[in-house]
Write a protein that binds this ligand. Structure first.
Ligand SMILES: Cc1cc2nc3c(=O)[nH]c(=O)nc-3n(C[C@H](O)[C@H](O)[C@H](O)COP(=O)(O)OP(=O)(O)OC[C@H]3O[C@@H](n4cnc5c(N)ncnc54)[C@H](O)[C@@H]3O)c2cc1C
Length: 382
């Protein structure tokens, strides 16, 4: 083993870039190479998160990403509207790209570097170049199948308009007071600046098919109805997995010699498909200094974190079964409407993936928002 060989992170998206930034900051002694197929890091995303998703040790890193911050956020359903004095934040992929270029030594990153194959000892680029590595981390994102997993989907299209939101200090994280189509549907409104607003039309659907052009037209209609239209600045779309069940060992076979981070390693919140908080936690833990950074040690470390995450998501998989299997698609909004009767501290722990036992009881208490027989079947996993 050659200690001078780098740790190669394959994929400079959210998880790979955050891991590289944390390593550069906290373990500058570890040689590292971040390889990204695209010409920029982070793709085309707006990543949102609650304060509670950010570990203490990552606060300075997040501050350097210049997040947009809303001191308040709202949710709305046909039968419930709530506003919370609880901050919501978002960072852009443009900020992540800029920070990687600013903070990583120039020899620690490459763009336009598509990896054709990888193994525990190194990677081969599409160009044929071979790069030997001490450790290889697969952070190539969610593309491709997620074998062994039983999934629902969260599909969305967002358009950023040059327009002013009525209250730029408040984010609308779910507004389901609109016709339900295909499943649970809501609009998401983030005032990104005084003169810029991101409007997203989101669906919890049974399948991953998203007609981007059709939903983009619906976004334009929604924006016009809400007085948020203006010149279009950018567009993004996503198809995120919502975990209902499955076999973790089929998804990530035990003994796989390649360490994983991000969506590639199943590190997403089962109910939202979001991965920002987990990517940060993994990045911080990685840079806290495992004794060795060879592939074998990193594979054991990351597989161990996946196993703990899978356990932690058990309760969420049960709720998702209720959402997708017990509620008729156009009634799914009732599950969220019922959930949002709860205190904001509990809601934050839920989205942080760390509900307490008492939280779980409270979430399941009260009259179920779906037929009792179907809810019981979902709870019992049948
Ligand atoms: C539009 C959108 C908005 C989202 N918003 C949120 C949000 O608000 N909050 C949240 O928590 N989550 C959000 N998510 C979900 C999730 O957090 C993101 O998908 C996140 O980017 C996943 O991080 P990742 O690093 O696993 O994958 P990615 O960020 O997709 O990164 C993977 C990277 O690997 C690169 N790559 C792939 N193959 C190769 C190869 N062969 N060689 C080299 N490089 C390669 C890709 O080009 C890409 O840059 C959003 C997702 C989308 C699509």
């Amino acid at each position: 083993m050659n200690a001078a060989l780098p740790v190669v992170i394959v994929g400079g998206g959210l998880a790979g870039a955050l891991a590289a930034l944390c390593l550069a900051q906290r373990r500058p002694d570890v040689p590292m190479l971040l390889l990204e197929a695209d010409e920029r890091f982070g793709g085309n995303h707006t990543w949102s998160f609650f304060d509670s998703d950010v570990p203490e040790e990552a606060r300075d890193l997040i501050a350097a990403l210049n997040p947009v911050r809303w001191p308040r956020h709202t949710v709305a359903f046909p039968g419930r509207r709530r506003e919370f004095d609880f901050a919501y934040n978002a960072v852009t992929s443009g900020a992540l790209d800029a920070l990687v270029r600013d903070r990583l030594p120039r020899n620690a990153w490459r763009t336009g570097a598509a990896v054709a194959s990888l193994d525990a000892d190194g990677v081969t680029l599409a160009s044929g170049e071979r790069i030997a590595a001490l450790g290889v981390i697969d952070a190539r994102g969610p593309d491709g199948p997620m074998p062994g997993l039983d999934l629902g989907w969260q599909c969305f299209v967002g358009i950023e308009f040059a327009a002013r939101a009525p209250d730029p200090s408040c984010a609308t994280v779910m507004d389901a007071t609109l016709p339900q189509i295909d499943g649970y549907r809501f609009v998401y409104v983030l005032p990104m600046a005084d003169d810029k607003v991101l409007v997203e039309d989101t669906y919890y659907t049974d399948g991953p098919d998203l007609d981007v052009a059709e939903v983009a037209d619906r976004v334009r209609t929604l924006a016009a109805e809400r007085g948020l239209s203006g010149p279009e600045l950018r567009q993004e779309h996503g198809v995120l997995p919502i975990l209902i069940g499955g076999d973790p060992d089929a998804f990530w076979p035990k003994g796989d010699p390649i360490p994983r981070l991000g969506m590639r390693g199943g590190f997403f919140h089962a109910t939202t498909g979001y991965s920002f908080g987990l990517a940060l936690q993994n990045a911080v833990t990685l840079s806290r200094g495992s004794e060795s950074f060879d592939s074998a040690a990193l594979a054991e470390w990351s597989r161990g974190r996946f196993e703990r995450h899978w356990q932690a998501m058990r309760f969420f998989r049960v709720l998702n079964r209720m959402l997708f299997r017990a509620a008729p698609p156009l009634e799914r909004y009732r599950v969220f409407e019922h959930f949002y009767r709860l205190p904001i501290a509990l809601v934050a722990r839920f989205y942080g993936g760390v509900p307490t036992a008492a939280d779980k009881l409270r979430i399941l208490s009260g009259k179920p928002p779906v037929a009792i027989g179907a809810a019981l079947k979902a709870l019992l996993g049948r």
